[in-house]
Design a binder for this molecule. Structure first.
Ligand SMILES: NC(=O)c1ccc[n+]([C@@H]2O[C@H](COP(=O)([O-])OP(=O)(O)OC[C@H]3O[C@@H](n4cnc5c(N)ncnc54)[C@H](O)[C@@H]3O)[C@@H](O)[C@H]2O)c1
Length: 270
């Protein structure tokens, strides 16, 4: 069902790797709501080729960019404005990667070069995206910029490792840049803190199935799906949320405010 909430809006969507990716679902939903946008991912991820199927469905151009490279981000914004014939109304940063998590390094035995990579890819890239957009004056007034985050920024989840620090930094960048961009151009900047979701990045966390199941049982509404997240993103890109900025928005079926639930008590009593 579509209400054309994004009719006439132009965007850039980072991070659609395959059809499980949250960004993939956001692209489909944004398209259904009348948006036009470019799709982007790191060149190495594009080589897998799946994104071209999405591009076809959404009538979108694919522009490669490593989100840690300001040169490539500059090209991305410049080309996007050409292809879309105007400035940008919305940006989705749906990027996360930790070499330490991927290579199953213990938290007490982190590789610090990799730690820096985790921070660069998963958090500082968000600042780079916004700084690039600002320098190129690429955003329209009342534009909306979103990044996806996880509650491990506030609470400890052991296997999330150095990604927890990256998410804390990401959310902090949203507040600091949200202030700046709001003053400068009335652009709003927020993070959405999403339930565990079955994707490539999600499944990379050790014991993800248990993680997923626990969160599902701890949430009165159950886990929010990638499709639910896509709907929330569309609303955040729309003019219905013009005054929301500098927020970390919990999208988790109630997980973050639950102490214990009947389902968990039942399981503990078994
Ligand atoms: N899956 C979950 O459980 C979950 C929960 C909360 C938040 N999130 C967040 O949602 C976002 C999207 O993740 P996902 O779960 O859809 O997984 P995903 O693996 O489909 O997406 C991660 C994306 O990051 C991209 N990426 C990695 N390095 C990059 C770089 N240098 N430049 C540009 N892109 C790069 C990957 O190519 C991939 O497309 C991430 O920020 C993730 O942390 C995921």
């Amino acid at each position: 069902m579509s209400n054309n909430l994004l009719q006439g809006k132009k965007g850039i969507i980072f991070g659609a790797l395959d059809e499980n990716s949250i960004a993939w679902k956001v692209a489909l939903e944004a398209h259904a709501h009348g948006a036009t946008f470019t799709l982007t991912n790191a060149p190495i991820a594009l080589r897998m080729g799946a994104i071209n199927q999405l591009a076809e469905k959404c009538n979108a151009s694919v522009i490669p960019a490593d989100a840690t490279s300001t040169d490539e981000l500059e090209q991305l914004f410049t080309q996007s404005m050409e292809v879309l014939d105007g400035k940008i109304d919305f940006v989705l940063h749906s990027i996360g990667m930790s070499p330490n998590v991927r290579k199953k390094k213990e938290y007490g035995d982190l590789n610090y070069d990799w730690f820096l990579k985790t921070l660069d890819i998963s958090a500082i890239s968000f600042h780079k995206v916004m700084q690039t957009a600002e320098k190129l004056d690429a955003m329209n007034e009342w534009g909306s910029i979103l990044a996806l985050t996880y509650i491990a920024a506030q609470r400890n989840f052991p296997d999330y490792s150095d990604m927890a620090q990256a998410k804390a930094a990401l959310e902090s960048i949203a507040r600091s840049y949200g202030y700046r961009y709001g003053k400068l151009k009335k652009v709003r900047v927020n993070t959405i803190s999403q339930s565990p979701t079955m994707t490539t990045a999600g499944a990379g966390i050790t014991g993800f199935d248990v993680f997923f199941d626990y969160a599902n049982k701890m949430s009165p509404l159950g886990n929010a799906s990638a499709e639910d997240c896509a709907n929330y993103c569309v609303m955040m890109f729309s003019d219905l949320t013009k005054m929301v900025t500098m927020q970390n928005l919990m999208h988790d079926g109630g997980f973050s405010n639950s102490g214990i639930t009947e389902e968990i008590i039942e399981q503990m009593n078994k």
